[in-house]
Design a protein around this ligand. Structure first.
Ligand SMILES: CC(C)(COP(=O)(O)OP(=O)(O)OC[C@H]1O[C@@H](n2cnc3c(N)ncnc32)[C@H](O)[C@@H]1OP(=O)(O)O)[C@@H](O)C(=O)NCCC(=O)NCCS
Length: 328
């Protein structure tokens, strides 16, 4: 059983940060950021909570799908920047859109979040005939977790949300989800829920970077090494399992972290960069929002068309990675 993406929607904050704006806080410049990452600007949430962005994206997707929110059987929100420890972001979005008959929960798989959530949606639909529609939404306000004095990390991320209404179908679908927890400490942000020993950094060394609570820390080089291997790996595994080849894929929609990582994947596959949807130049890395924002934009621009085969491939903190091949 596959899925049909009935409709999508997005919400991107109006406020944005240009590369040159970072000069106010750190020693950097537009040229360094563009050549090392491909990013030129990124949206930054102002007053908007992450759930608000998710709910707005969901409302757009529901309107475009022309469905009654009461027919949504499940809401899965992919996020690492939820406004609440509890309730889940999915429950808050449910309140906003009136999906009164849905179950709701969040998925935390960092930048691979949308892939994990979409694949979970498909598995739910596969085992429950009564599930007519699932809302999969990814919403992130990463800017609130950034240390703006850290020039190697703060320049990479942006805020935004995208949502998809999916239904069961017999279209092509294959997936692979994976994780390598041995690299958990390479990309992380501590919650406020830590033992006092960790706060004082005296007696307890858990191997994770010592960064202020709630601030994102990473070993950029280790993440880069992991990403260049993980990005193509999921597609290769799907390809081995199903026989679907790279030449059959109309569009690769990768996690939008860094243009150099995507170029390495393109080289690995031996396919032109023209087959990769790129939005990181204007969105930056929006974590779980990155793949659905790219897909939504490509659909809105008429680049991705019905009947085309898509490969969604991602990686992120965890270190998670995964891919989905599907027909749009
Ligand atoms: C972060 C990243 C862009 C850094 O690029 P890099 O080529 O590895 O750069 P380096 O860390 O080797 O730094 C090179 C130099 O640039 C400097 N530098 C780092 N950030 C800078 C910035 N924003 N502006 C100017 N100079 C910067 C470094 O201090 C270093 O200077 P030095 O040689 O004097 O020590 C890169 O490692 C990366 O993209 N990693 C993956 C991160 C990621 O995508 N995370 C999210 C995954 S979901």
């Amino acid at each position: 059983m596959g899925i049909n993406i009935l409709a999508m929607g997005s919400y991107v904050p109006e406020q944005k940060l240009l590369n040159d704006d970072f000069k106010k806080f750190i020693d950097t410049n537009d040229e360094w950021i563009r050549t090392r990452t491909g990013i030129t600007e990124r949206p930054m949430a102002g007053w908007e909570p992450a759930w608000y962005m998710g709910a707005e994206a969901a409302k757009k997707a529901i309107e475009r799908a022309g469905i009654d929110p009461a027919d949504i059987g499940l809401i899965i929100a992919a996020t690492i920047t939820s406004d609440f420890l509890t309730p889940s972001m999915a429950c808050v979005i449910q309140r906003e859109i009136g999906a009164v008959n849905a179950a709701a929960f969040d998925v935390n798989a960092a930048c691979t979040g949308f892939i994990y959530a979409l694949d979970t949606a498909r598995r739910f639909m596969q085992t429950d005939d009564s599930m007519k529609y699932v809302l999969v939404v990814a919403a992130e306000a990463l800017s609130r977790f950034l240390d703006f004095s850290d020039r190697t990390t703060s320049i990479l991320f942006g805020d935004g949300a995208a949502a998809a209404i999916v239904e069961p179908s017999d279209k092509l679908y294959a997936s692979h989800l994976a994780s390598d927890g041995t690299g958990a400490h390479f990309l992380c942000a501590r919650s406020l829920n830590v033992a006092p020993e960790v706060k004082t950094e005296t007696e307890f060394d858990d191997g994770f970077p010592k960064k202020p609570l709630h601030k994102l820390a990473q070993d950029g080089k280790e993440v880069y090494k992991f990403a260049t291997k993980a990005l193509p790996r999921s597609f290769d595994i799907i390809s081995e399992k199903t026989g679907i080849t790279k030449d059959e894929i109309d569009w690769f929609i990768p996690h939008q972290a860094n243009i150099r990582i995507i170029e390495t994947a393109a080289k690995h596959f031996g396919v032109s960069m023209d087959k990769f949807i790129i939005t990181l130049d204007h969105y930056g890395n929006t974590s779980s929002g990155s793949i659905p924002l790219a897909l939504n934009e490509a659909i809105e621009k008429g680049i991705v068309k019905r009947g085309q085969k898509l490969a969604l491939i991602g990686f992120g903190a965890g270190l998670t990675y995964g891919g989905i091949v599907l027909e749009y």
